[in-house]
Design a binder for this molecule. Sequence first.
Ligand code: ZN
Length: 283
Amino acid sequence: MSAITTYHMTVFPLSKWDIKKIDKLRRNFLWKGLEEFRGGHCLVNWLRACRKNLKVAKALEDNRWMRGMQRMNSNQEIRQFVSLWSRLSSLHLSTMEGDITWKFTADGKYTAKSAYDIQFIGSYPDFNWTKIWKSKMEPKCRFFTWLLLQRKIWTEDNIIRRGGQSDPQCPLCNARPETPVHLIANCRFSRTVWSQLALPYNLTSNSQTANHARIKDWWAAASGDERRTQVAIYAAWNIWKERCRKKYNNKLLTAAQVADLTKQDIFLFNLAKTPPAITPVIR
Ligand SMILES: [Zn+2]
């Protein structure tokens, strides 16, 4: 509606009466559509509703920033207003050209990394996930452990919780309902796997014998330095694979065989990441 008059106004200045009439039409349209407008229907002060973006210098001129302010209803609002007014009264703007700086980097320059990091400001990690992501393991095993510690792997309890039809019993022992902590830590099959690994890797914690209430309790007991963490992740990964073999292919290895597969995985991974002692000469 305001734009309709623009062409006319480029040639003929509008009288105050015209401006008042157009403003009335605009108010009617904004708050009541085509109906007649009354003061009580105005949800926001009109000056505020049609406030334009002012430059700082313009807003400070003759205290223009005060125009369109809402009525203050509390002592706190009045105190804040007086404080703001007092500060702005002594403000003198420089005539220098303004500059845009990015406050989330030391040099004031924008970087994609700093923008990414902003989303974590004020939030606290609930768990030290760095140990998993920094561990020297295949990415698929680290990802599995990340899911496992959040109890998001597809154990029977999770399948049923998400509306799937499934036998709730653990496929490895058929004695207890399957949950992440049962499968990896408390299942008698898994405990045998852990005990098979205790001697070769000198595991002295109670990760093989304790009955863990939460999967993160198991992780706290089973992980540790790089070697222990590697054994914990590869053993959990192989127990999970054995569970899937049993459930979907009905093939069952012994706990000793699963422990051997774990040892094999660790050996091969460490071999692969060790650079060869002799560089082969190709003629
Ligand atoms: Zn079990």
